[in-house]
Design a protein around this ligand. Sequence first.
Ligand code: CTP
Ligand code: CA
Length: 229
Amino acid sequence: RGAAGTAPDLVGRHVVVSAGGTREPLDPVRFLGNRSSGKQGYALARVAAARGARVTLVSANSALPDPAGVDVVRVGSALELREAVTKAAGDADAVVMAAAVADFRPAVYATGKIKKKDDQEPEPLTLVRNPDILAEISASRPRPGQIVAGFAAETDEALAHGRAKLATKGCDLLVVNEVGESKTFGAEENEAVVLGADGSETPVPYGPKEMLAETVWDLIAERLPELPE
Ligand code: CTP
Ligand code: CA
């Protein structure tokens, strides 16, 4: 196969993709969020479906429309995303964590709207760590031979940080983007290097997010165990 033609090389596979950015609620009307648009994750889901996979897309707060032929599970917070991804990963051949997951969430959720009080400084915001979903899935591998991939946006020494992160997370592939300028957030195009736990390094030139998605699925497809006859 190649970027021009799509061979159905993911027929018979179930793949899970997370996309978008989590929102960590403070109260019923406020959250801590990030700028992820979901475009890269949606491109991964569309390309996997075009290559014949059954696709579960766990989408965190993306404004993008549901891609045709994809099962979309909508979530808000990191804990919701973890629950949905963990459930879908149970029988998945591959899991790709493209979502921007908040590292921290407010320690306390106020069930009523937080009100300001005159002559009183605001309370400091206390945060707690969210679970590392990519590391958890990589460690548990609910299905034998399952391939797990993550994304990392780094501002400097991207490859060195990426190598270290790949090892810490225990995943098979890590897509490393150098961030800055108009790159990555909300952009239509992306440039990256895909690092493999086997030492491989696959550069992907600046181009549409579909092109990066095709490369990610190429690398996953060649690592998947053969389908039973
Ligand atoms: N990720 C995750 N769960 C988290 C945080 C991140 O599954 N709680 C996943 C992301 O979806 C991404 C990968 O881990 O695929 C790398 O995210 P990144 O934020 O770069 O990694 P961190 O370990 O959080 O490192 P940093 O301190 O640089 O943010
Ligand atoms: Ca992080």
